[in-house]
Structures are given as C-alpha cells and as structure tokens.
Design a protein around this ligand. Structure first.
Ligand code: PMV
Length: 360
C-alpha cells in the first residue's frame, strides 16, 4: 500500500454530530526506532510488545460547523481540565492527517483525554495518546463510510497515529507489533505497524513488564530532537543495519522461546539506543545514576537466581523490567526488595503484554 491508498474518495453518508471513546495502550520497543526520514518514515524497522495497564482514554465529540473553519476548531481537556499547552501538538497532528481525513475543518471537536499512569511519571504518553485519537477519528470516518472493512480501519488508524508520533503506530493492535520495511518480514511497511506475522512461542503471550519510575518530569532532550541527531550521526549507518539484523535474529527466538537469546538482543538494543544518544553531536544522556544501579542489580540477580529477568529502556531514565509469567512471583519479590528503593517516590507500574486498543 502507498500513502494515496489512505486518501478517501467522496463519503456516502453525512453526519451532523456524534461522539466516540477509545482506549489505547502504550508499547515498549524490543528493537528500537531511533532516527527518521521525512513524513515520519522510520530510518530502521522496529518491533514492540503492546502493553496493557499503561494507556490513554480519549473521547471525541464532533458537531458540524455552519461553514468550514479556516483553522482547526477544537477544545482540549486533559484529565478533566482545559489544557492549552497540548493544543499545538494536536494542531500539528491534524494538519499532518488532513489530507487523509478531508472532513476535519468541517467540524468542531471536543477532545477529552486522560492517562492511566501518573502525570509527570516520565512515561511518554504520546504513543497511547496519538493512537487513541487516531482511532477516534477513524471511528468518525467509518460513520461517513460505513462499508469500510475493519482491516483497513485498523491499518489506517496505525498510519494516522504514526503521523502524530512514530511509535504510536505500534499501539493499535495487541501482542507483538512490527513497524518498518524489512525484506525478511512479509507485508512489513514503513507506513503502519502490523501484527507480527510469524509464529510466536506461548512464553511471549504472557510476558510481564514492570516499569520502574526512576525520574519524573520533562526530559532534557525530546525524542524529536534525538531522532534528528541521527542525521549525520557517525554511527547511523551501522545502527540502522544493526536494528535490521536484530529484528531478523528475533525471528527464531520468537518461535523457539529462547529466552537467553531474547535477553541478549533486548538488552543490547536498549544500550545501543542510549549509546546513540551519548555519541550524538551534541551528545546527551537520559540515564540517571539509579538507572545504572537497577541495571547492575538485575544482572547480579539474574546470575544468582538463574531466572530470565532482563531490562529495556525507552528514551528516558525509567527501566522496563521484563520477565516471563512462570517467574513472576520470584521476580516481583526481587523488584520489591531490591529495585523499588531506586524509584522516585517508590513508584512503579506492573504492566504486561496486552491485547491492543479498544472501543469503550
Ligand atoms: O515515537 P517517538 O518519536 O516518541 O520515538 C520513540 C523512540 C523510542 O521509544 C526510544 C523507541 C521506540 O521504538 O519506541
């Protein structure tokens, strides 16, 4: 499919007003997306676990305007209160998707959104937030085009979410989601995420991700700037190749459930991502001393316990602790005894692989 496949022809239905509510999850990448081309096209393919507990709920209400508005007409409420500071990001998103949703200037929208995770926890809400909003807009488009197939609905939702925040395209479907063209992954696309198309060992159906909140508040460097710094980065070419190779290497790991191999690929991806940040020009570092304390504790504990606990990182200081269902009691006890002390205000979120976005 190409971009033009997402440009609709004239709608058959008219709609004066309506509303819809969607809940979309966050996701955690195993092979990381870091670096992009124009129009949110990823520089390398990535794959993620869709999460369950960390999510955004968005309600979209729409009323037809008397005449088309020169600007997008919308109110935005975050956790029950108007939030002016979020509006520019939404306006940018609407202008990027306008070509694919030509009705946007004909309506006034009220967007009410809230997150399941604590505000300022340092957890990025852009993936779940953009996915939830994209799904609400698709729901509206389906009212105008009732014959739309659900496969197309979800694919276009992923396509639109990507234009808001790249990784958001992996927050529509559940389980394992892959995004970015890879020659060895059938139907993979730079334009949207797809449910991982090969067989997956049952051990990965019930994986846990306990998110340790190491540092609250704004990051020093946004991911937008971080992606940008991959242009002219001295190791960019090698990094993009490495991501492709790691994605291919995960294929037999997903089939066999080889957790030893899984751990080395996932941890290497996390550290390679942060190594890119540390070797950009200008360079920066998002890990904090407690991030490193936690990583070292996980390594020590894994050696001693012979469990399969491992870590990954997103673009921040928080640590995602990954472990299989059959080791859950033991590892959670270790987390409480040894790792929570390194979390800001003792905060952590018990999350796990989930089933994807849902209409409420
Ligand atoms: O979707 P963005 O632009 O916020 O970038 C996300 C990048 C990482 O979280 C670091 C990696 C990933 O693949 O999710």
């Amino acid at each position: 499919m190409t971009e033009t496949d997402f440009v609709p022809s004239a709608y058959l239905e008219e709609k004066e007003a309506g509303s819809t509510v969607w809940k979309a999850p966050s996701n955690i990448a195993l092979v990381k997306y870091w670096g992009k081309k124009e129009n949110q096209i990823p520089a390398n393919p990535s794959v993620s676990f869709t999460l369950q507990a960390s999510c955004t709920e968005t309600r979209l209400e729409y009323t037809k305007l008397e005449k088309e508005s020169p600007d997008f007409s919308f109110d935005l409420l975050f956790e029950g209160a108007p939030k002016e500071s979020f509006k520019p990001k939404i306006s940018t998103f609407l202008s990027r998707v306008e070509n694919y949703l030509p009705f946007l200037r004909k309506y006034h929208f009220t967007i009410e959104t809230s997150n399941s995770f604590p505000h300022s926890s340092g957890i990025a809400s852009s993936a779940s937030g953009m996915a939830a909003l994209a799904l609400c807009l698709m729901d509206m488009e389906k009212e105008l085009d009732p014959k739309m197939e659900m496969d197309f609905f979800y694919r276009k939702a992923s396509f639109l979410a990507r234009l808001g925040s790249g990784s958001a395209c992996r927050s529509i479907k559940g389980g394992i989601v892959q995004w970015g063209r890879h020659k060895d992954i059938e139907n993979s696309s730079d334009l949207y995420g797809i449910p991982y198309p090969y067989s997956v060992h049952p051990v990965f159906e019930q994986y846990h991700d306990t998110i340790l909140l190491v540092h609250e508040g704004e990051k020093q460097v946004s991911s937008t700037l971080g992606h940008d710094l991959m242009h002219n980065h001295p190791f960019a070419k090698q990094r993009f190749e490495q991501a492709g190779k790691n994605l291919k290497a995960l294929q037999p790991v997903f089939i066999d459930g080889n957790l030893v191999e899984f751990i080395s690929l996932v941890e290497s991806e996390a550290l390679s991502l942060h190594a890119m940040m540390m070797s950009s020009m200008p360079y920066f570092m998002l890990m904090k001393p407690n991030t490193l304390e936690i990583i070292n504790k996980i390594w020590e504990y894994r050696n001693a316990s012979k469990t399969h606990v491992c870590f990954t990182l997103d673009a921040g200081a928080n640590v995602h602790v990954l472990y299989p269902e059959n080791e859950k009691d033991q590892v959670l006890q270790f987390i409480k005894d040894e790792l929570v002390a390194y979390c800001q205000n003792g905060q952590y979120i018990c999350d796990r692989i989930g089933f994807g976005a849902k209409k409420l």
